[in-house]
Design a protein around this ligand. Structure first.
Ligand code: FES
Length: 153
């Protein structure tokens, strides 16, 4: 795959020189300092590395950066629209205390944002389907469900 020279991230064109075959997760964290997405399983199974690409949750650990060079990437760092306020889903996670160690949280929030942008009032089945690929080792799933519910109200 060819070298890429820019990415569109969080509403901005970001210049960068990178082999298109490199892992998107590594580029975001190591080259661009966007460390909200986390390295977990590295195999597309846990959701810790989730970012949004054209509004859809993507596992950045199994995504070549070249495959998203022409697409819109959103990370947790780009969610809040104002300097002094969290995105409503971030705020709902905080209000519902929907985290323990926090390692899965950014991925959880991005999956929840994608869900709520598509289904502002998701059914239980839609919630389960959307969040199915995000694993929380601390097991605070009930509070995560509460947070998504709050964000949908
Ligand atoms: Fe990417 Fe687990 S680190 S899905």
């Amino acid at each position: 795959m060819a070298t890429i020279s820019r990415l569109h991230i969080n509403g901005r064109d970001v210049p960068l020189q990178a082999d298109g075959e490199r892992q998107l997760l590594a580029i975001l964290r190591d080259e661009l300092g966007l460390t909200g997405c986390k390295a977990g399983c590295g195999e597309g199974q846990c959701g810790a590395c989730t970012v949004l690409v054209d509004g859809k949750p993507v596992r950045s650990c199994i995504t070549d950066v070249g495959s998203v060079a022409e697409r819109k990437i959103r990370t947790i760092e780009g969610l809040a629209e104002k300097e002094d306020a969290l995105h409503p889903v971030q705020q709902a996670f905080l209000d519902a205390d929907a985290l323990q160690c926090g390692y899965c949280t950014c991925g959880m929030i991005l999956s929840a944002v994608a869900l709520l942008e598509k289904h502002p009032k998701p059914t239980e089945a839609q919630f389960l389907e959307a969040m199915d690929g995000n694993i929380c080792r601390c097991g605070v799933y009930n509070r995560i469900r509460d947070a998504v519910k709050r964000a949908s109200e």
